[in-house]
Design a protein around this ligand. Structure first.
Ligand SMILES: [Zn+2]
Length: 78
């Protein structure tokens, strides 16, 4: 009888360190978040090719379609 199958769940070539590095090299400034749903899929409306200029808000969320003046910035870790 084998002790446990838990160890085989993580492949040996699974590179935790690379993932960690990739996360930590993301500039805080880039980690803008939607205040509504906290998604990072936030874009600047003035940069948007669809030209959403109907609102006073400068940012939009691709996730929940919210518009807002200021995204939440960085800091959170889910
Ligand atoms: Zn959102």
């Amino acid at each position: 009888m084998t002790k446990s199958g838990a160890e085989s769940l993580v492949p040996e070539d699974f590179d935790f360190e690379a993932i960690h590095k990739a996360r930590s090299t993301t500039p805080l400034d880039e980690r803008r978040r939607c205040p509504e749903c906290r998604s990072t899929r936030v874009y600047q409306i003035s940069d948007d090719p669809r030209g959403w200029t109907d609102a006073d808000s400068d940012f939009g969320c691709e996730n929940c379609q919210a518009h807002f003046d200021e995204p939440i910035r960085g800091g959170f870790d889910e």
